[in-house]
Design a protein around this ligand. Structure first.
Ligand SMILES: [Zn+2]
Length: 185
């Protein structure tokens, strides 16, 4: 596909993005067309303003390197108010993506407030994995640590620190930290 084809694809799903929004580390032609279609249909379905912070990435042999992933933030008021963590999670996991990660430790730079704002980040991908059993996969990232979901218990386990958490606990802890941030700034 060439640029015009990608643009036509974006337009056919409501024209919610400019090409350059996907061109963070490389041209739009790095993006897998089938994954692009899925993301665009998803954006149309969620109806939420979506900031893409990463798309194709160099030196990534997996999802981003194959043009089959984006990282994004969902807003209820553009660049002012984010959708809740649970809404990010539900919108990401209800859609048939192969990989969904919810990041509690993100931030983005707000020009209007001239500071970095703590944020909820969402990784979405359409990668099938390169060994059986690798996908689908769901995870959380908290304080830089990855917690992968166990499909027997629904709990999230971090191999690095040996700890287990739940989505509800992670959301509750994030809420408390966010509250502290609001009070100190
Ligand atoms: Zn990602």
């Amino acid at each position: 596909m060439n640029r015009a084809d990608y643009l036509a694809l974006i337009d056919s799903y409501g024209g919610h993005f400019a090409l350059r929004e996907f061109e963070i580390q490389g041209g739009i032609d790095r993006m897998d067309p089938a994954f692009m279609r899925s993301v665009l249909a998803w954006r149309q379905w969620t109806g939420l303003p979506t900031m893409i912070t990463s798309a194709w990435r160099d030196e990534d042999p997996r999802t981003h390197g194959k043009g089959m992933a984006i990282d994004c933030l969902l807003f209820t008021r553009w660049k002012t108010e984010q959708a809740s963590p649970i809404r990010h999670w539900l919108l990401g996991t209800t859609w048939p993506f192969m990989g969904v990660g919810l990041y509690f430790d993100w931030s983005y730079f707000s020009r209007t407030q001239n500071q970095r704002i703590p944020a909820i980040g969402l990784h979405l991908d359409g990668w099938n994995g390169d060994i059986p059993g690798q996908r689908p996969l769901r995870w959380l990232r908290i304080g830089g640590q990855y917690y992968y979901q166990n499909l027997s218990t629904g709990m999230f386990y971090c191999r690095a620190n040996g700890q287990t958490t739940t989505l509800a606990k992670a959301i509750s802890q994030h809420g408390e930290e966010h509250e502290q941030f609001s009070q100190t700034t």
